[in-house]
Design a binder for this molecule. Structure first.
Ligand SMILES: *[C@@H]1O[C@H](CO)[C@@H](O)[C@H](O)[C@H]1NC(C)=O
Length: 492
């Protein structure tokens, strides 16, 4: 019998904290050995990958993915289910996704939402997976279930400061944060001020401005900046970690950076759409701009992109996630075109389903941009998400005897550039916002728990539906509350 199930030889192995020429041996789905190049000479293995000239990294962890969500408001319904979404993940080098289990406002229980989501995912996944609960009804029942959620391996929740169907009032946000602190749950916050957005939409409607590009106008930076500052203030009052999701504007990032300088456990996420898309992408002939409608919207241009890259480089952003939120474009029932009707024959921006696909392109786009030091790239696309959401060091690391053998193996330096087209991708969406971009990299192999699941030059998608497992998560290993004492109102 062979010593190992798989060996990966001659690669440049990039961790979040070091880069080395190493060989890797895998046994029973785990990293068994990580030794200087040549150190596995003579070992026998069932399968050998020669990664000469290429980079080897811990498998990507995408911590912001929407799959198989029912229409929570408006007409849009996810184009991807757990099967098509997770197959697209592994084809793009992501071995773990954390998706959302949405609770409706009319539904008091979070555990019921969790069970319903388990059902949609079970036996359907190509990648490993876990869920964040979306809490849109923060009543006593939901709050009383936080402890049980933790025991079920769910150590994070998401709440919204906008969208009528999901939005919580400040007092409800405090209720959530208060209990989250007790249960060591990380709260993710969609920080936009819903009232500013609604007010601006009315002003645009008075002028009969309905084109997709007005989506950007209707979500001005001030809505994000104000809500970000408010979220930081509320979490500071309770002294509990939060993560501000999908930050798009550098001015919001600067509030986050200030909070971090004060030592507050404020974490933040950004996404490729805020590095690569701008308002111009929503201002295309006809209805085309609807493809890039997401919230918050892409901002003005280069300067905003620059600020967001800088925030990734300097650690303001903890994670780079996709916010994959897939809607068909050319579909009038559940897709972007569902907002076209007799009243609005050219559509109305406020009814366009909000979201862009990006699970498969997240890592290759960011790597092709050649902007981040490689270790930083690993940190923000894999390691930090694993740490923040209680998966480290099983995920996001390559530690012998400890970490799962999840690997993303890139092409040797100098691979032939190519133009991205939607036809290469494995999601169930009829477009990519990044059509025609020049790509300098793509994962050559993706390995999940020792199995090659993506082999670009030899069969492509070779993983199996159902191989992906649910990951019961521990608590966050990033810094928690500043004070270890119990929160007491008498301190104020
Ligand atoms: C890091 O980047 C953020 C976001 O662009 C910025 O606000 C902050 O000032 C930067 N911090 C440092 C130390 O450069």
């Amino acid at each position: 019998m062979a010593d190992f199930d798989l060996v990966v030889l001659n690669g440049l192995v990039v961790h979040h904290d070091k880069t080395e020429q190493s060989d890797i041996a895998v046994k029973d789905g785990k990293i068994a050995k990580l030794v200087p190049r040549g150190g596995l000479n003579g070992a026998s293995a069932t399968k050998t990958i020669d990664a000469q000239g290429g980079m080897v990294m811990p498998g990507g962890v995408d911590a912001h993915v929407h799959l198989a969500e029912p229409a929570l408001f408006g007409k849009g319904k996810s184009a991807d289910d757990y099967e098509t979404g997770t197959r697209s993940a592994i084809a793009g080098g992501t071995t773990t996704v954390i998706t959302f289990a949405p609770q409706r406002k009319s539904e008091p229980s979070l555990l019921a939402a969790l069970e319903a989501t388990h059902e949609r995912a079970r036996d359907n996944c190509y990648s490993d997976y876990s869920f964040h609960l979306i809490c849109s009804n923060a009543g006593p029942k939901a709050i009383s279930e936080f402890e049980a959620l933790r025991e079920a391996g769910i150590s994070s929740l998401k709440i919204y400061m906008t969208y009528e169907a999901l939005q919580l009032k400040d007092s409800e946000i405090l209720d959530v944060l208060f209990e989250a602190r007790k249960q060591k749950i990380v709260t993710m916050i969609h920080a936009e001020n819903g009232a500013i957005i609604d007010w601006t939409i009315k002003k645009l409607e008075e002028k009969k401005l309905f084109a997709p590009k007005y989506h950007v106008t209707s979500h001005p930076p001030v809505a994000e900046i104000e809500a970000t500052y408010r979220a930081i203030s509320l979490s500071g009052f309770i002294d509990v970690p939060i993560l501000i999701v999908h930050v798009s504007s550098p001015a919001a990032a600067s509030h986050i950076s200030d909070a971090q300088k004060k030592g507050l456990p404020v974490y933040a996420e950004t996404c490729p759409q805020y590095l690569f898309l701008t308002r111009k992408d929503l201002d295309k002939p006809g209805f085309e701009g609807a493809k890039c409608v997401c919230s918050p919207p892409p901002r003005e241009g280069e300067q905003d992109h620059e600020g967001i890259w800088q925030g990734l480089e300097n650690g303001t952003f903890t994670v780079l996630s996709s916010d994959h939120c897939p809607f068909l474009y050319d579909n009038t029932e559940i897709g972007k075109k569902a907002c076209i009707d007799d009243e609005y024959p050219n559509g109305h921006f406020k009814y366009i389903p909000n979201g862009c696909p990006g699970l498969e392109t997240r890592m290759a786009l960011a790597l092709s941009a050649n902007r981040l030091p490689l270790q930083k790239f690993v940190e923000v696309t894999s390691t930090n998400a694993a740490k923040l959401y209680g998966l480290y060091p099983q995920k996001g690391a390559l530690i012998p005897g400890v970490s799962d053998a999840d690997l993303t193996i890139w092409y040797p330096e100098g691979m032939k550039e190519f133009e991205l087209t939607n036809s290469m991708l494995h999601h169930n969406v009829d477009y990519t916002p990044y059509e025609g971009r020049t790509m300098k990299q793509w994962p050559r192999y993706t390995v999940l728990r020792g199995q090659v699941v993506w082999d670009k030059d030899n069969g492509g998608l070779v993983g199996k539906k159902g191989y992906g497992q649910f990951l019961k998560r521990d608590v966050s290993s990033l810094a928690g509350p500043v004070s270890e004492e119990e929160w007491s109102v008498e301190k104020f």
